[in-house]
Design a protein around this ligand. Structure first.
Ligand code: SF4
Ligand code: SF4
Length: 360
């Protein structure tokens, strides 16, 4: 007989760092286009897997010495290699017991609504620039949603059905969503990525996290965001979701603004772009990064990408994230001021109080 214990043991043996299981009924009330109960009839359980991001992957950005490891290992490596291998292994355990394992690896930008702002239809992505990139000529244009998808029959949602990963992790009892919108877990704070399996097996379920709040509402993420993308703590610019009775709340982050800053950092936080490029701001391409406009949208972000992509060209299939300010601020605070990261490392991520900022 298949048990939750068997699944969790298989997950940890295969390389997951944590595993939690929840009933699919916890998604009651989810919008139809993002409701995993619609993935297949008879789905009963969701199994969530946590894959830790080694703190050292952020070290190079923390020091301003190495930026490639974070996007390539913490995005590409986990999403493309480690997590799929674990899903595959655990899926076999489930199917050997006669149940189906609907594997759902981390994937972005292929739902019926944009994973940036929830809007339906033709939402462009900065990755549209792949079209003009010398490094990926001939690749299909990439969008934040699939554009012309239609449901295949009555009662179906248009493919591909994407759900909110972080809320799904909460539904599996793995953690909570912090003010920064990052998933926080008791084991790894904000340092992880997640993946899921849906199954028709009925299992023993974990309660949703109900310990000390994992987010301290300290505001480090707000202060350390180079783009000012995260509204202040206690701002009424927030998102509130009732997940099967658990109130989840996070800042209503300006996601397009974050898109520009987390990949390109801006004048003070991107050592790859010469100062003169920011000074010149040719054709207003850097208006968003330079604060000439407050309007963050796909058009402004694509201007930034067009102007700056060539300065850091080694794509790994993912945006070349250079920021991580909210993650590092959060880790540092949770280590120093008490919280789920306290005492995990012999030395803190950050010795002083401040991170670097270029003078220019
Ligand atoms: S990833 Fe960077 S730009 Fe985006 S919210 Fe976090 S700190 Fe701000
Ligand atoms: S930095 Fe502080 S406020 Fe922001 S998510 Fe982490 S604990 Fe919460």
């Amino acid at each position: 007989m298949l048990t939750s214990e068997m699944i969790k043991q298989a997950a940890l043996e295969a390389g997951a760092d944590a595993c939690g299981i929840g009933p699919i009924s916890r998604f009651e009330g989810a919008p139809p286009e993002m409701d995993p109960r619609r993935l297949f009839p008879g789905v009963k359980s969701i199994i969530g897997f946590v894959f830790r991001i080694p703190r050292g992957v952020q070290r190079g950005i923390e020091e301003g010495t190495q930026f490639y490891q974070y996007p390539s290992m913490a995005y590409g490596g986990i999403n493309e290699i480690y997590a799929p291998a674990v899903l595959y292994h655990v899926g076999k355990v489930i199917e050997d017991a006669g149940y189906e394992a609907f594997i759902y690896r981390n994937t972005g930008a292929r739902g019926v609504v944009s994973d940036m702002d929830g809007s339906p239809g033709n939402t462009l992505s900065p990755e549209e620039q792949i079209e003009v990139s010398q490094h990926a000529k001939g690749k299909t244009a990439h969008h934040r949603s699939v554009q012309f998808t239609r449901e295949v029959g009555d009662g179906k949602s248009p493919p591909d059905l994407q759900f909110q990963f972080r809320l799904a992790a909460v539904a599996c009892g793995l953690g909570e969503i912090g003010w920064s919108k990052m998933l926080l877990t008791p084991e790894f704070g904000p340092l992880q990525r997640v993946a899921f399996i849906f199954t028709d097996a009925e299992l023993e379920y974990d309660e949703m996290y109900n310990g000390e709040p994992l987010c301290r509402k300290c505001g480090a993420c707000v202060r350390e965001c180079p783009g000012g993308c995260i509204p202040p703590i206690n701002s009424d610019k927030k998102i509130t979701v009732n997940l099967a009775g658990k109130i989840c709340e996070w800042a209503d982050i300006d996601m397009w603004r974050c898109y520009a800053f987390y990949t390109h950092g801006g004048r003070y936080f991107n050592p790859f772009v010469p100062k003169e490029v920011f000074d010149k701001n040719e054709n207003g391409m850097l208006d968003l990064l330079e604060g000439v406009t407050d309007e963050a949208n796909e058009k402004e972000v694509m201007k930034v990408y067009t102007a700056l992509e060539k300065y850091f060209p080694s794509w790994v299939g993912y945006n070349m994230a250079k920021c991580g300010g909210c993650i590092r601020g959060c880790v540092s605070m949770l280590e120093k001021k008490g919280g789920c990261m306290e005492g995990r490392f012999k030395e803190p991520l950050r010795k002083g109080n401040k991170t670097w900022k270029m003078e220019r």
